[in-house]
Design a protein around this ligand. Structure first.
Ligand SMILES: Cc1cc2nc3c(=O)[nH]c(=O)nc-3n(C[C@H](O)[C@H](O)[C@H](O)COP(=O)(O)OP(=O)(O)OC[C@H]3O[C@@H](n4cnc5c(N)ncnc54)[C@H](O)[C@@H]3O)c2cc1C
Length: 417
């Protein structure tokens, strides 16, 4: 009989096992993973560099379809500083301290936190060594297909018995790394509610007529999500164009809820200000100064050449000279530079989305992430209804939620003895 069995050796599952065994060496902890190694997803995060946190920890960087107060409730667990990763005091531990202790030295690039090695794989290796050092029992290539409870004992696949079970199986995104959504079924079987699940942090497909011509273009723009004509969110940064989609971090950050809006038959568009540093009037007088140029050449003095050609084509001014445009027509060109719209037809699917938005409802859990439907059952990481923006927020949630659950399990264990 194990004291605690954790299903899933991804970011949250490993952190939960380490946090439990660090504080109580005699606890019998078992970590189960269906892959033949831990952290398959972790090893590809941050383009192989693992952006494991962010110094800007404002709660607005996280989303939850559950009541925000439930989310805040989880964050305000005693003696645990979720939001101030770096400015922790002696009696407050954050996941930052745990990472350092297990051999992940951390560095900062702007507000983004990375392992000092700049390699995700070294984080996985450090985890492996520390699990070994702390004598955590790990079973790889072990696929959990069933979890039941008989009186006070959980039974996993009819062969493993445990007093506590932690579901750390991730969401539905990138299923090739192992996260196929199994945890939702387990938690549902114990009476939990799963909110609608959508692919998030993903590219947005567009039917823009000239999108193929823009493949490979990267622009810095102020980009907004428009839903039925209303601007919902705005991001600033680089947008990348592919043969049929818009991509890049700011598009990823706008992608949450797009699938939901499309399912509701709403009109979703991305609006780009391609020249945020200049007003329409300034652009007009600059373009007018190239009166003998073809419009597309004058535009390519300001923006990427392929975009300049596409805009001239779209407005049907391909062969026109700047001086041949009247004031209203030139106004229209500058308006397009500041308000270029792309109709959105779909999002990337779960195979390509970095995370799943939605999950197991938070208000069905205690502050310590124990199920209020079933004593001794915990859930951590992406399986819960919390998702963050790009920038380290999802891993910080995975690590922090794992420590919150571990602390709660330890507290209960202590109270019993
Ligand atoms: C390409 C990519 C890049 C990313 N980059 C970043 C980044 O730089 N920064 C950031 O903050 N976030 C990033 N993320 C998101 C982040 O990786 C996830 O949010 C985080 O890994 C979730 O951790 P988790 O422990 O909840 O789930 P996972 O890491 O998905 O781990 C779940 C584990 O459970 C195992 N499992 C599932 N079902 C079973 C079963 N039935 N039996 C046994 N084992 C099972 C799986 O095999 C898996 O190992 C990225 C995601 C992707 C896909």
């Amino acid at each position: 009989m194990y004291d605690v069995t954790i299903i899933g050796a991804g970011a949250s599952g490993v952190m939960c096992a380490l946090a439990l065994k660090e504080k109580n060496k005699s606890l019998k902890v078992l970590l189960l993973e269906k892959n033949d190694k831990l952290g398959k997803k972790l090893s590809i995060t941050g383009n192989g560099r693992c952006n494991l946190g962010n110094t800007n920890t404002d709660i607005s960087n996280f989303n939850s379809d559950s009541n925000l107060s439930d989310f805040k409730n989880v964050l305000e667990v005693d003696n645990f500083d979720f939001l101030n990763v770096l400015d922790n005091t002696d009696d407050m531990e954050s996941y930052y301290d745990y990472l350092i202790r297990c051999g992940v030295l951390i560095t900062k690039e702007k507000e983004y936190l990375y392992p000092y090695s700049m390699q995700a794989i070294t984080v996985c290796k450090s985890f492996e060594r520390y699990l070994n050092y702390l004598n955590v029992a790990v079973k790889y290539s072990y696929d959990v297909v069933k979890v039941t409870k008989n009186k006070d004992v959980f039974i996993i696949n009819d062969d493993i018995k445990s007093k506590v079970v932690v579901v750390a199986t991730g969401g539905k995104s990138y299923p090739k790394t192992g996260s196929t959504g199994f945890g939702y079924n387990v938690l549902k079987s114990f009476g939990h509610t799963i909110t609608d699940l959508y692919p998030s942090l993903t590219h947005l497909k567009t039917d823009y007529k000239h999108i193929k011509d823009l493949q490979g273009v990267r622009v810095n723009a102020v980009t907004s999500l428009s839903v039925d004509g209303w601007i919902e969110k705005q991001e600033e940064g680089q947008v990348q164009f592919t043969h049929d989609a818009l991509s890049g971090i700011c598009i990823f950050n706008l992608s949450r809820d797009v699938k939901k809006y499309l399912n509701e038959n709403k009109t979703v568009k991305i609006k780009m200000d391609l020249v945020p540093d200049y007003s329409g009037l300034e652009l007009q007088s600059y373009i007018a100064s190239f009166s003998s140029y073809k419009l597309q050449d004058a535009l390519s003095c300001i923006i990427n050449n392929k975009l300049a050609v596409a805009i001239a084509k779209e407005l049907k001014y391909t062969n026109m000279l700047v001086k041949e445009l009247n004031k209203n027509e030139l106004d229209g060109v500058c308006f397009t530079l500041k308000n270029m719209y792309f109709n959105i037809t779909d999002t990337g699917d779960f195979n390509t989305a970095q995370i799943t938005s939605g999950g197991v409802k938070l208000d069905e859990f205690t502050k310590g992430l124990e199920s209020s439907k079933c004593k001794g059952l915990y859930a951590v990481g992406e399986v819960l209804d919390v998702d963050g923006k790009c920038g380290g927020y999802n891993l910080s949630w995975a690590f922090n939620s794992a420590i919150i659950a571990a602390n709660d399990i330890l507290r209960r264990d202590h109270e019993k003895s």
